[in-house]
Design a protein around this ligand. Structure first.
Ligand code: MG
Length: 164
């Protein structure tokens, strides 16, 4: 059977924090304000994976008030989420993501993001689409105050009884 999931995340951009998106550290004077490393793309991806299997959301599994997840590496959270998906006998088929950031330009980094994300999901880069766009200077992301990410993901699995 197949299942579809979608995920969204937004983080404020503040001085003195690293800008990490899709596992790539991008040189920039501001980064994501967050309890963890603030990787907006991986957080949206985690929510998409959990959503596809109706397993709740990132806050359910990795509560921000739990000190265990302070400054967490989002790739570690993603690995734990992939393990949950595998435990349900599902696997990713493909994903399509959009990152919204006014600056800096992300195009030079999307190839590396695709390799990193594909590596974590066991997918070749042909099945990992990561698009970047600005917000035409509108709203918080457009004014450089925030970064947003949207992810859609398709999973395929062995179960056909409609029960998880
Ligand atoms: Mg987040």
């Amino acid at each position: 059977m197949i299942r579809i999931g979608s995920g969204y995340d937004i983080h404020r951009l503040v001085p003195g924090r690293p800008l990490i998106i899709g596992g790539v550290t991008i040189p920039f004077p501001r980064g994501c304000e967050a309890h963890s490393d603030g990787d907006v793309l991986l957080h949206a991806l985690i929510d998409a994976l959990l959503g596809a299997l109706a397993l709740g959301d990132i806050g359910t599994h990795f509560p921000p008030e739990d000190p265990q997840w302070k400054d967490a590496d989002s790739r570690d959270l993603l690995r734990r989420t992939v393990a949950l998906v595998q435990a349900q006998r599902f696997m990713p088929v493909n994903l399509d993501a959009t990152i919204i950031l006014q600056e800096p330009k992300l195009k030079p980094h999307t190839g590396e993001m695709r390799r990193i994300v594909g590596g974590e999901l066991g997918l070749s880069t042909d099945f990992v689409s990561i698009k970047a766009k600005t917000k035409e200077r509108q709203d918080a992301a457009g004014q450089g105050l925030a970064v947003e990410a949207w992810v859609s993901i398709l999973l395929s699995g062995e179960k056909h009884d409609g029960k998880l």
